[in-house]
Ligand binder design. Structure first.
Ligand code: PMP
Length: 759
């Protein structure tokens, strides 16, 4: 007789039973059927603590079965009057439970009614568990408990794709920020902790049972719901919509507190992170074990989708499902009024109805009304809003040391070395400041001091910052509204625009524009200290320098004793996809490079990089000191930004997604007559809208219509250019092809609508 049959006979008086193996995560289960009924026999490897735990679990099942008969697997007493028996094989112990009929929740048709009944049975179960005490369960520290998420932190590194890993790191950081401080205030009790869709049974349109208490822990009451919801909403298009009936059903029986509900969004994410990092780790040792990875794909899908859900929206919907008042208040104008009490109107606000932002994550921004915006315009959070590694780098260093360059500290040397390694060897000195404006200002000071010449050549529509020196070199400002006109020492280069400018042949325009400039500057020969431009002139409407333009102009400037400055504030750090710095795409090497915006991913950090000779000339006795420039916190952040760009291959992503986007816009250009040019490369694009292709007359109205319509459809985009008719697209570099499809789809809706109105 087989040992299991023998055990059943000798210990439980079960004869002639049919026995089949069931799949289990950590132990072996047998389905046992005799003439009367079905049972589940569970087999374990003996450990003293396990025994203690199983005893506690049996007691728990007994209590639950008493309170809610039929829903739980009552343990069967063996002949020796205990619930646990030793097997014939040494080291094995067994227990027998009654079997509950029902289909697996995972394999039944889902309905909102079923989900509500799921919530209700969970609440009934938890009401009983709240009264139960068990030293063995309360003492348990278990990796599958969300409260013990720190145990799996060491597995994050086992998630192979850094772009996936960052999501887990992000939600873990949010857990630390949002959930952890609240834990002491929340209700704790014993919970099932694993009501995944394979542990929940359904008969008809109702839940008929909850099985497998192997994961039971003493945790937060709300974690019961977090786990249940996580698995129930796998694969759902509208996960919030499906979570709501569970919350509704639950809270009718066991009312939830606002502070518990408000954490659900983060607890669900935490459970996903826990599961995903554990499976990533276990896959390393058991790559072929399907059981480990069974929920991996739907969990990743859900985590990615979760990011696109505004946490405020989730909390609002969850509260309402629990029959509590929502957290989103109607928008009012108080915020705007308050702002103008203290701030000058010189600060503009985007959109006729401004947005109040609350949070952001990677390419998404969340407002206080529950909207999630796809950010296509902000090139400052270069590696993504609130990238967890960048945040952590800043937090760590801020808690350790923040001082200035008058002391020795490792961060500045480490970061300088890393940053300068991105430049050719002649650019070997770096100055750290706190804004692109301060960097442009310093770049001009360096050039003036080094060359001892008075004049600066600048680019038409160029913008380099808000200090007096940078305003003086920003045609966009001094020639724009409120500007005082061209300062005496400034020469303005006509922007070499090949769409509306004097020269339009891409092959020859660069040389022609350069020749014109050189001719116009001839009478200043010998007096020009510097020439400054961005390689793609942003405020001109993302106009890239045409081929051969920069080398011709650089040669001229240098031949008369000046230096060349590339402002890479907008274009640097891999944004253009083909090169780390945009000047590289023109085969020139500047003498001074201005860095800002993306360098600190939003932290106020900027830099000037220059040659040894220029740095030496500047060392003339006058000290250069910036209170904050190059402090350890900024350097740690800058360093992490560089590492993330490399680890997540963001420059390659910019190229790939940028090319995909260009193709998409080319398709729109074929269908609609209003796109005159698609300029730029990588994730630095300008789309020039015109009234008619022939006339190239700018269509400011259409570009602005797109901006406003897209805002209504939750996409942030901006315009630029002297006529404000160019859509500028400069999203965080983690932008995806799927995001691109969404962007193109929404733009097309406006274009379609527009072409229909014209017809
Ligand atoms: N240079 C360029 C090309 C810029 O776009 C900007 C900012 N828009 C600056 C310099 C100034 O940078 P900041 O706003 O950090 O002072």
């Amino acid at each position: 007789m087989n040992p299991i049959s023998e055990l059943l006979k000798s210990q439980f008086n079960i004869n002639n039973a049919q026995i089949s193996k069931l799949n289990g995560y950590a132990n072996i289960n047998y389905l046992v059927q005799d003439a009367q009924r079905k049972y589940v026999l569970k087999e374990y490897r003996y450990e003293p603590r396990l025994l203690e735990f199983i005893n506690a679990e049996n007691k728990l099942l007994d209590t639950l079965s008493e309170q809610l008969p039929g829903y739980f697997q009552t343990p069967v007493k063996a002949n020796n009057n205990t619930f646990i028996v030793e097997g014939l094989q040494e080291g094995k112990i067994y227990r027998l439970l009654y079997y509950i009929e029902g289909a697996l929740f995972a394999e039944t048709k889902h309905s909102k009614e079923l989900f509500e009944s799921f919530g209700a049975i969970l609440a009934k179960m938890d009401k009983t568990l709240q009264k139960l005490h068990s030293p063995a369960i309360e003492a348990r520290r278990y990796e599958w408990d969300i409260l013990q998420i720190d145990y799996v932190k060491k597995f994050f590194k086992d998630i192979p794709d850094p772009a996936d890993r960052k999501l887990v790191e992000y939600f873990y950081q949010q857990y630390n920020e949002v959930v952890r401080p609240k834990i002491p205030e929340l209700r704790h009790c014993i919970i099932h902790n694993d009501t995944n869709d394979y542990n929940v049974l359904v008969a008809g349109d109702k839940i008929s049972g909850i099985i497998d208490f192997g994961d039971t822990v003493y945790s937060l009451l709300i974690n019961e719901l977090a786990v249940a919801i996580t698995y129930a909403i796998f694969g759902k298009d509208d996960p919030i919509g499906w979570a709501k009936p569970i919350i509704k059903g639950y809270s009718k029986t066991l009312p939830l507190e606002e502070k518990e509900i408000d954490l659900l969004y983060y607890l669900i994410a935490a459970r996903l992170c826990l599961s995903l990092s554990k499976s990533a780790h276990e896959k390393l040792s058991k790559p072929k074990d399907n059981y480990i990875t069974v929920s991996e794909a739907p969990a990743w899908n859900l985590l990615k989708k979760w990011l696109s859900i505004n946490p405020i929206k989730a909390a609002d919907e969850f509260r309402k499902a629990a029959n509590l008042s929502g957290i989103i208040k109607d928008p009012n104008n108080e915020d705007i009024e308050k702002r103008w009490n203290h701030l000058s109107k010189v600060f503009s606000l985007s959109y006729p109805k401004p947005i109040k932002m609350e949070k952001a994550a990677f390419q998404y921004m969340y407002d206080n009304q529950g909207n999630t915006f796809l950010d296509t315009r902000n090139n400052i959070p270069h590696v993504g809003h609130n990238h967890p590694r960048v945040v952590a780098a800043g937090q760590r260093k801020m808690a350790q040391l923040n001082t200035n360059t008058r002391y020795l500290y490792d961060e500045i040397t480490e970061y300088s070395e890393k940053l300068l390694a991105k430049f050719p060897k002649q650019l070997k000195k770096v100055f750290f400041v706190n804004s692109g404006s301060a960097a442009s200002d310093l770049a001009i000071r360096l050039a003036l001091t080094h060359t001892q010449k008075p004049k600066i050549a600048v680019m038409e529509y160029g913008y380099h910052g808000n200090t007096q020196v940078s305003i003086n070199i920003s045609h966009y400002k001094f020639a724009g509204k409120g500007g005082k006109g061209t300062p005496d020492n400034i020469l303005v280069n006509t922007v070499p625009d090949t769409l509306r400018g004097k020269y339009t042949d891409e092959q020859t325009a660069g040389k022609q524009y350069a020749d014109d400039f050189i001719k116009s500057a001839e009478h200043n020969t010998g007096m020009i200290a510097a020439f400054i431009t961005e390689p793609i002139v942003s405020a001109a409407g993302q106009v890239p320098m045409p081929k051969n333009y920069l080398n011709e102009v650089y040669d001229f400037i240098r031949s008369q004793g000046g230096v060349c400055i590339s402002d890479e504030v907008q274009t640097g750090f891999g944004r253009i996809g083909t090169h780390f710095w945009a000047y590289q795409s023109y085969d020139v090497v500047p003498d001074i490079v201005v860095l800002g915006k993306p360098i600190g991913n939003g932290h106020p950090l900027a830099a000037v990089v220059c040659t040894d000779e220029i740095a030496n000339s500047f060392n003339n006795g006058m000290e250069f000191f910036s209170s904050f420039g190059g402090n350890p916190v900024s350097c740690a952040i800058g360093n992490e930004v560089l590492k993330v760009i490399e680890d997540e291959k963001l420059m390659q992503n910019a190229l790939e997604v940028g090319n995909y986007m260009i193709e998409g816009f080319k398709n729109l250009q074929k269908k609609y007559n209003c796109i005159a040019a698609i300029r730029g490369s990588g994730l630095s694009l300008g789309i020039d809208f015109v009234k008619k292709q022939k006339t190239k007359e700018h269509d400011t109205r259409l570009a602005n219509k797109i901006v406003n319509e897209l805002k209504i459809n939750n996409i942030l985009i901006g315009t630029d250019g002297p006529f404000d008719n160019v859509l500028k697209i400069k999203p965080p570099l983690c932008f995806t092809k799927k995001n691109t499809d969404e962007l193109l789809g929404e733009i097309e809706k406006v274009l379609k609508d527009q072409s229909e109105t014209i017809l």
